[in-house]
Design a protein around this ligand. Structure first.
Ligand code: HEC
Ligand code: HEC
Length: 204
């Protein structure tokens, strides 16, 4: 065999082996990532399309709630009784009411698909017509660790309706359990409280 060809074969094999090895390293990284991704917290997105009439009429007293927080039938009912809206009068002109109702219904939890709407609807009974997110089973499950003292008894929160007091990106429809910060419970934290509680529970 030609000497030159021999060396070419050796070098070629080394290059090939190195490439193969690198590739297998990459493949392992990929596998690890797939494994790790299962542990990276999900961000729950409730996207909402922009609607001028809705933004104009409904942002005066609270954040603009995502339409997919409630089913279409709930919006229908709420928009039909705006003169008595959670103790406030939020009445609007009939034309504006129908425009906003159509918008809210078209984006409602039973009309769109997202990571929140689907399980929320699945846990909702047909006859249920929640007026608040916090009236639904799915919301209660997500907020299992949040005790009344942290909400109603918390002067900086007062109500679950004020999503944006704990979820800083609520207005953009982004909810992530890892960056939910309950005012007055930050640092000494929910987690510490829970730890204490579970210790107390374990004591006979
Ligand atoms: C005059 C003030 C006012 C206006 C205007 C207003 N709201 Fe409200 N809304 C309230 C109050 C007060 C609550 C109860 C808040 C609480 O419990 O802290 C509320 C609560 C809600 C809730 C329940 C949130 C939850 O999950 O607990 C929804 C949904 C809602 N409003 C939708 C609307 C829509 C849609 C409009 C526009 C048509 C609107 N609001 C306009 C005062 C208002
Ligand atoms: C008192 C503070 C507080 C308020 C108010 C609040 N939340 Fe939360 N929320 C939390 C906490 C804390 C968690 C994480 C719970 C856990 O880790 O088990 C959470 C979790 C969630 C999640 C799950 C996030 C994920 O990681 O997928 C969603 C969705 C959510 N909240 C939506 C809402 C909506 C919508 C509102 C308003 C109608 C709201 N929350 C109001 C404290 C709050």
């Amino acid at each position: 065999m030609n000497k030159k060809f021999f060396w070419l074969l050796i070098i070629g094999s080394i290059v090939f082996a190195t490439l193969a090895a690198t590739r297998s390293v990459w493949l392992d990284v990929e596998k690890d990532l797939t494994f790790l991704r299962a542990y990276i917290p999900k961000v729950t997105m409730l996207p909402q399309e922009k609607n001028e009439a809705y933004a104009q009429a409904c942002a005066a007293c609270h954040m603009l709630y995502m339409p997919s927080m409630l089913p279409a039938r709930s919006w229908q009912k709420m928009m039909g009784e705006l003169q008595d809206h959670f103790g406030d009068n939020a009445e609007l002109e009939a034309a504006v009411v129908s425009e906003i109702t159509a918008y809210l219904q078209s984006q409602a939890a039973d009309k769109v698909e997202n990571i929140y709407a689907q399980p929320m609807m699945a846990l909702l009974k047909d006859e249920e017509m929640p007026m608040r997110a916090s009236d639904t089973m799915y919301f209660k499950l997500l907020h299992d660790v949040v005790k009344p003292a942290m909400v109603v008894g918390n002067p900086d929160v007062t109500s679950f309706a004020r999503c944006d007091t704990c979820h800083h990106e609520a207005v953009a429809g982004r909810f992530n359990k890892l960056n939910a910060r309950i005012p007055n419970y930050f640092l000494q934290g929910v987690w510490k409280k829970l730890e204490q509680e579970s210790k107390q529970e374990r004591q006979p």
